[in-house]
Design a binder for this molecule. Structure first.
Ligand code: IMP
Length: 196
């Protein structure tokens, strides 16, 4: 059974994120629009719970096929800090502050964890994507946003910001989570219409 016209509305005001999501979903023919509302800030230690609750709230206001994404950065030698507080850490201490915390640390292992929640017909479905890697010793590269200049994904020596969107969008935490979402939407033909 085929499905066409799948369309989602993403609750973010981050233009970089929206562009990445559109790029990741383009091969699946899924149309991406901005909801025009920021994701509701929910406090929790788990990005999956944050995305799920924010989706429940936003869907009750804006209807089905609203998508909420929440991403955390987990640095092993810092006990998983900043985790779901990555946005706060970025705004306050910034990349320099994170690098300072890791000064002298040989263990630079880290992982991005991305949770994507979509609501359809009163149910919320959550998809997770992870990318393991390590934190560089200094910021490198100019593509992307946020922690991209300091995150080196597994199997690479360059940061996300050096690799650029084409590579990042194939291997990233976001690519993994949104690919799982795309498969779900197309297989169940949610947020689109069946053609056969
Ligand atoms: P949020 O999911 O938008 O709350 O993102 C949390 C923090 O992680 C923000 O500071 C983002 O800039 C950063 N962030 C989210 N996704 C990425 C990414 O793909 N690369 C680098 N930083 C990211």
């Amino acid at each position: 059974m085929a499905c066409r016209g799948v369309r989602i509305r993403v609750a973010t005001r981050n233009a970089h994120k929206l562009a990445e999501i559109a790029e990741i979903l383009r091969p699946y023919g899924i149309q991406v629009e901005a909801l025009g509302a920021e994701k509701v800030e929910v406090q929790d230690d788990d990005v999956a719970n944050i995305a799920r609750r924010a989706a429940e709230i936003l869907c009750s206001q804006h209807g089905d096929c609203v998508v909420v994404e929440d991403t955390g950065l987990y640095i092993k030698s810092l006990g998983g800090f900043p985790g779901p507080y990555a946005e706060y850490a970025y705004r306050t201490v910034g990349l320099r502050g994170i690098l300072r915390l890791l000064e002298g640390s040989r263990d630079r292992e880290a992982a991005f964890r991305c949770a994507v929640a979509v609501c359809v017909g009163g149910s919320v479905h959550v998809f997770i994507g992870e990318a393991r890697g390590w934190i560089a010793r200094e910021p490198r590269g100019s593509a992307g946003f946020g922690y991209d200049p300091v995150f080196v994904p597994e199997g690479e020596s360059r940061t996300y910001a050096e690799l650029g969107g084409l590579v990042k969008n194939r291997v990233s935490h976001r690519a993994r989570a949104f690919t799982a979402l795309a498969k779900f939407l197309l297989e169940s033909c949610k947020c689109g219409e069946r053609t056969t």
